[in-house]
Ligand binder design. Structure first.
Ligand code: ADP
Ligand code: MG
Length: 441
């Protein structure tokens, strides 16, 4: 590519934690972003996308390797790059205009100038007339626009977007994507390049010039795709569909040996595989659909199941993790076990699900702890505390919620809401033979 290189990442590795609690979030990443480029970073949750953005903007330092901006290694915060996050923390007691002006104040822009520039920026993102409104009076989409305006106030050369649309409803997200693209294509923004993190394949194909696909454990680059389609892009274009297939295959197509598929238990060496955030109902919906449709193109499933791509990926991961489906070159297909599940009665389904779910290290670990606990019960907090070193705070809580939901459905564990206690579900004989503690009584 002929354009100037803005950003260059060389052999970057990030390891979180210390000593025996080390976790490699990304490993040996090499990447360059050129002037005029819109690059999308795509990959499953936990593959280190946000980590990479935080290193690019200088919020955190790589453990090894170097991030260069215009050929100079970044030291501390990168003044040429800004991040727009999924949800923007706006100051509730300040008006929209004041929220944007504040970012300019931080840059040392004179008071008289601040409000003039802030007004222009709000105009640019389509918030003309809302200057005096307070954040609470705005819709999610409008609040996110204020976030964009505030990021632009810093006049970054490189605008980093971390899943900027994923907290919005479908329509607002689509509208905001369109507006951003108009500004970018129309060269109405002062920025020189965009790097957008996404877990939505269609979103990435419809916006970016180049898509970098990451895999996890540890985070690494799997593949790159150039999107050679004119704007505005048509999702029905065969090339668009082909890219969807290729990229999906790159993300989910690799079949790993079982130990890395299911991960290890919390507190043991090796990565604890993140449980996808999907419900048993969604799983049943997917498997029933596949039973009638047979082998299917994954990207067609979001419409057919009424799920967005993000949710769909989660359900598919769940099906794959439990051994109910396999993925190959962008297609998904039931395994014989998945077929059995889809055809079974409610009770048999529960049984099949329980057999598979209890093999997952996370649930195995919980069950093991409960087996040896007094009365086979433990406070929810005990599990949360054990998970905190493995995941960032809110993720630990979400992981525990998912494990509880799956475990409850499988009748492996029970959750006592009033006392915040998790206990072994002994009502159905699933643990009759095994529960040493029970036998001893
Ligand atoms: P993504 O944005 O792709 O979902 P992240 O960059 O947020 O991924 O996280 C990558 C991995 O690093 C995850 O497994 C996550 O649990 C872990 N991680 C992220 N931040 C921290 C942190 N501050 N301390 C320890 N582990 C972290
Ligand atoms: Mg992230």
């Amino acid at each position: 590519m002929a354009q100037n290189v803005l950003l260059k990442i060389e052999h970057v590795t990030k390891i979180y934690g210390r000593k025996d609690r080390q976790f490699t979030a990304v490993k040996d990443i090499n990447l360059a972003i050129h002037e005029g480029e819109f690059v999308a970073l795509l990959g499953p949750s936990g593959c280190g996308k946000s980590t990479l953005l935080r290193m690019i903007t200088g919020l955190i330092e790589p453990t090894s390797g170097t991030v260069y901006y215009r050929d100079k290694p970044i030291k501390g915060v990168n003044p040429y790059a800004t991040i727009v996050f999924q949800t923007f923390a706006l100051y509730p007691w300040l008006t929209v205009l004041e929220n944007v002006a504040l970012a300019l104040e931080a840059r040392g822009v004179a008071r008289s100038e601040r409000y003039r520039i802030a007004e222009r920026l709000l105009d640019t993102v389509g918030l003309d007339g809302f200057e005096k409104a307070y954040p609470r009076e705005l819709s999610g989409g409008m609040r996110q626009k204020v976030g964009f305006a505030r990021a632009l106030a810093v006049e970054p050369e490189l605008l980093c977007l971390d899943e900027p649309f994923s907290a919005l409803d479908v329509l607002s997200a689509e509208a905001l994507r369109g507006e951003l693209m108009e500004l970018w294509i129309g060269e109405q923004l002062p920025i020189k390049a965009i790097l957008m993190v996404s877990h939505n394949i269609e979103e990435a194909i419809s916006m970016a010039d180049r898509i970098v696909v990451m895999g996890k454990e540890p985070g690494h680059i799997v593949a790159e795709f150039a999107v050679d389609l004119p704007h505005p892009r048509d999702r029905k274009n065969p090339r668009f569909e082909q890219l969807l297939d290729y990229i999906y295959a790159a993300i989910a197509g690799r079949t790993l040996p079982e130990i890395s598929e299911v991960g290890t238990a919390p507190g043991t060496p090796g990565p604890t595989r993140i449980l996808p955030n999907a419900s048993v109902n969604a799983l049943a919906g997917l498997l029933e659909h596949l039973r009638t449709s047979g082998r299917q193109d994954i990207y067609k499933l979001d419409d057919e199941l009424g799920l967005d791509m993000g949710d769909l990926i989660q359900v598919i991961e769940m099906a794959e993790m439990l051994g109910f489906a396999t993925i190959n070159e962008g297609d998904i297909e039931l395994t014989p076990l998945g077929e059995a599940y889809a055809e079974a009665s409610i009770l048999t389904r529960k049984e099949l699900f329980a057999q598979r779910a209890r093999r997952l290290p996370m649930l195995q670990w919980m069950i093991q702890m409960l087996k040896v606990a007094p009365n086979n019960e433990l406070p929810w907090k005990v599990f949360l505390t054990a998970l905190l070193p493995e995941f960032p705070d809110e993720m630990a809580e979400r992981q525990l919620d998912i494990a509880i939901n799956w475990g409850r459905y499988a009748e492996l564990i029970d959750y006592d809401d009033d006392n915040e206690l998790i206990r072994l579900d002994l009502s159905n004989g699933r643990f009759e033979v095994e529960s040493e503690v029970q036998k001893a009584r």
